[in-house]
Structures are given as structure tokens and as C-alpha cells.
Design a binder for this molecule. Structure first.
Ligand code: ADP
Length: 456
């Protein structure tokens, strides 16, 4: 009878499934680039390519005091940013935790809460003398939910995401709502700009490193922003903006290949994730890349091998069978394990899933993590390459500001992105360099506010 397969035999199958050849990557880049162009030409395309009304790069000499407010998924963050010019700044901030109830209560009440926090923050900083009494500070508002904007100080919420559901907000101008709250609490601030975190990251990174052309986020979700010429954004031609002007584009590239599923290599594990998600078909690119999903991909493979009787025979596997129980941070830890015995992996399986592992299994898990993490990084390289190739940045080279836990904490993620860029572009791929971005929702938002003031 057949000899039993070893873990190394199993691994070969997954290596084939998760591998991305340079040739395949170049095909993805081509399709990606077309998708970006389509998004710029018409509304309602798969990759939305949202015009941000942030015109051009910061000069780097922006100065003054600004407030920045970021209504994030978990926290409300308020900052006082002092821009000192020459790419320098100071920042003072406070964070307020948002309760689940607050995310679901009446929209105006949610903004009133933000207004109240901001008032307390301003009062405290007037006491310390950081904010001069009697001054009205310009404010940049980071609101990273899909909005339709036709100017920088206005934005109608299309739909809530990230677990928010506050009624009477969708379809309303959130700047107007927040302004009402500032008046109610007598906050000495004037909202001058509404941006999303990715656009803020682009602007903040350029302020500090003027070679920056692209910003990317690799966190719970994934996204990118870059600067486009108005004449190359056909869908806003009717607005009569100077065609030579530049405007930042918020790509929302996590949507690439959604619904059609023609371009990205999806395994059956990716399909299961998609079909059991609350938005099947959507965010196809993001589902292969972002922190929310990588742990789940690995968990689904492990569960399949449990069902096949390959792993954990005779052990109680209920804990690892809980969807999304395997955090992407575990993949990081598994890849980083410095010990020969893979003690970290023993610990993860033991402590979190009550499972005993053999050394061969642990080596297999670590190799799997590497396959999943490496594919994510190489697909990320494809997205960056699509923008680089569309904009012709390859010859001259450019810097790409990147943020998010995946980029900042997953071992080798940046190196794998760079390796991917070289697989796509050859030697010239070395001209494209990613680096840790500046804080987009604090510094970036303040700079956008400063740029907006300067245009008036
Ligand atoms: P957000 O995108 O929500 O603003 P982050 O950039 O911190 O926040 O991303 C959170 C995501 O990153 C989560 O999906 C989490 O699983 C993942 N993550 C957190 N820590 C790590 C880590 N050390 N390595 C890899 N992924 C991580």
C-alpha cells in the first residue's frame, strides 16, 4: 500500500498554489494598470480612483499651528500639529476610545462627541500655552470612509464601513455635521479640509521625503494614493479645472479584480474567504493581501489538513476551527521564530489552540506562513508597479511611503515587495524604493489644511 505522505510532500502542493512567477506578475500589472485607467475615465468602475481635491505636492515650507482630527475605526484621535517648514514638525495628541454604542448612535451625536473631545483638548493646550488664547485654528479632518467630494471642505458619506452604523449620516455632508458640533461646543477651529488616511500619508511622506510619488497602506485593509494630472482624469473634465494642475487620487485599490475575478490567482482558500465574507465579490485584491485575511488563509489550510486526517489526529481541534481565530500577527511570529526547535510556534499552538505539534509540523506551518506572506508582498508589488508603469516613474525612480502593521511588523515584507518589483521590472526595479511613511492622519491632514489655506 501507498507510503504515508510527509509534511514536506504536502508543502510542495502549496508551494505550487501560492507561487507567483515574474511572468504572471507582469500580466497582473498590465491588467491592474488598465483598471486604474478605467477608474479615471468614468465613475462607477471597479477601482474607484477617487479625486481628492488635494492639488499638487506640499512645498515643504508650510508653517503654522493646525488641528487634526481622525475618526478612525477604533479611536478618535485629536492632534495639534506645528509645521515648522523644511519638512519639520511637532505634534501633540490625545486619543479617545469609541464605544460600540457610539458607533451606532445618531450621527449628529457621534460628531458632537468628537466636538466635545476636541474642545477639552484645545482647552487643555490653551492652559499649557501651546495654543494661544483667542486664535482660531485651521483643522484638517481625516475621515476614511467612502465619501463623494467635489471640493476639499465637503464630503457626502456614501456608506459607513469598519463597523460604524450611525443613522442619519449616510447621504449627509459630514463636514457640515462636524461644523455644527464645533459651534455647539464653541471650539475655536475652522474645518478647512476633509481627507482620507491614504491621501494624508502621501502628502505627509512627500513633505518629509520629496522623492515620494506613491503612498500605500498595508493594515487591516489595503489602499494606495498618488498624484495625477487633471488632464488625465477624464471623468472630472466637466469641472473646468486647469488641466495642467495636479490632484491626488485615492485609488481604493483593494477593489481591483472584484466581481470579475479574472486577473488574480485565487486558491480555493481565497474563494472560501470571499464567499463567507459579508461582502462576497468585493475587495478582491485586499482579500489576498491585507492583515485581516492572511491568518485566515493559513487557518483554512490547516483545517483542510485536519479534515483529511493529516494533522492533529486524536486532539481536540475546536479552537482552531473558529473562523478568524488565527491572527495575522501569528504568521509574523512564526516566521520570526529564531529557535531550531521552533519554540514560538509550539507556544502559539499550545497556548491559543490547545494543540501539540511535532517539529515537522512546525516547520511546515512556518513554510506555509512564508508562502502566504510572500504572495501578499508580491501582489502588493504588482499594485505599486501598475502605478509606476502608468506614470512612467521607472527610469527616474521614486520613493513609496508605506504604512500599516503588515508593512511595519511582518518580517521581510518590505524586502519581498522590493524583490517583487525587481521580478517585474528587472534591474530597474531597484529604482523603486518603499520606506516607512509619515503619519498621514495627523501630520498629513495638517499639511493638507495648510495647503488649502495657502490656495485661498
Ligand atoms: P488599521 O489598518 O486597522 O489602521 P493596522 O495597520 O495596525 O491598523 O493593521 C491591523 C492589521 O494588522 C490586523 O489585521 C492585524 O491582524 C495585523 N497585524 C497586527 N500586528 C501584526 C504583526 N505583528 N504582523 C502582521 N500583521 C499584524
Amino acid at each position: 500500500h501507498a507510503t504515508k505522505k510527509t509534511m514536506a510532500d504536502h508543502l510542495r502542493k502549496f508551494e505550487a498554489l501560492f507561487n507567483l512567477t515574474p511572468q504572471r506578475m507582469r500580466m497582473i500589472v498590465e491588467a491592474f494598470r488598465e483598471s486604474l485607467e478605467l477608474g479615471l475615465s468614468k465613475n462607477g468602475q471597479i477601482v474607484p480612483m477617487i479625486p481628492t481635491y488635494v492639488f499638487g505636492w506640499p512645498k515643504g515650507d508650510e508653517t503654522g499651528n493646525f488641528l487634526a482630527v481622525d475618526l478612525g475605526g477604533t479611536n478618535l484621535r485629536v492632534c495639534l500639529v506645528t509645521l515648522e517648514g523644511k519638512g519639520k514638525f511637532e505634534i501633540t495628541q490625545a486619543k479617545y476610545r469609541l464605544s460600540e454604542e457610539q458607533k451606532q448612535e445618531e450621527g449628529q451625536k457621534l460628531f458632537d462627541f468628537c466636538g466635545g473631545c476636541l474642545k477639552a483638548f484645545v482647552d487643555a493646550n490653551q492652559e499649557t500655552g501651546l495654543i494661544p488664547k483667542g486664535s482660531i485654528l485651521p483643522l484638517g479632518f481625516t475621515f476614511s470612509y467612502p465619501c463623494s467630494q467635489d471640493r476639499i471642505d465637503h464630503g457626502v458619506l456614501i456608506r459607513w464601513t469598519k463597523g460604524f452604523g450611525a443613522p442619519n449620516t449616510e447621504g449627509h455632508d459630514v463636514v457640515q455635521m462636524f461644523r455644527k458640533s464645533l459651534t455647539k461646543h464653541s471650539v475655536p477651529a475652522e474645518i478647512v479640509a476633509l481627507t482620507c488616511d491614504t491621501t494624508g500619508t502621501l502628502i505627509a511622506s512627500h513633505y518629509v521625503n520629496p522623492k515620494t510619488r506613491i503612498a500605500c497602506i498595508f493594515g487591516t485593509g489595503c489602499n494606495a494614493a498618488y498624484m495625477e494630472k487633471v488632464k488625465d482624469i477624464p471623468k472630472i473634465a466637466h469641472l473646468g479645472i486647469d488641466p495642467e494642475q495636479e490632484m491626488a487620487i485615492n485609488c481604493e485599490w483593494g477593489a481591483f479584480d472584484s466581481f470579475e475575478h479574472e486577473n488574480l490567482p485565487r486558491t480555493k482558500y481565497d474563494q472560501i474567504i470571499d464567499e463567507s465574507s459579508n461582502k462576497p465579490g468585493e475587495q478582491a485584491f485586499e482579500k489576498l493581501i491585507s492583515g485581516r485575511y492572511l491568518g485566515e488563509i493559513l487557518r483554512l489550510i490547516i483545517c483542510e489538513l485536519i479534515d483529511e486526517g493529516v494533522l492533529f489526529l486524536g486532539q481536540n481541534t475546536y479552537k482552531i476551527e473558529i473562523p478568524y481565530s488565527f491572527d495575522t500577527a501569528f504568521l509574523s511570529l512564526m516566521e520570526m521564530d529564531p529557535t531550531e526547535e521552533l519554540l514560538m510556534i509550539i507556544g502559539i499552538f499550545n497556548h491559543f489552540f490547545a494543540l501539540e505539534t511535532t517539529l515537522a509540523e512546525r516547520q511546515f506551518f512556518r513554510a506555509l506562513a512564508k508562502l502566504v506572506g510572500r504572495r501578499a508582498a508580491r501582489l502588493s508589488a504588482c499594485g505599486i508597479a501598475a502605478i509606476v508603469s502608468k506614470m512612467g516613474y521607472l527610469e527616474e525612480g521614486c520613493a513609496v511611503g508605506a504604512d500599516g502593521s503588515l508593512y511595519n511588523k511582518y518580517p521581510m515584507f518590505p524586502e519581498r515587495v522590493h524583490e517583487g518589483l525587481q521580478d517585474i521590472f528587472g534591474e530597474k526595479g531597484k529604482n523603486i524604493v518603499t520606506y516607512r511613511a509619515e503619519d498621514g492622519s495627523g501630520i498629513g491632514s495638517a499639511i493638507v489644511a495648510a495647503m488649502t489655506k495657502a490656495r485661498k
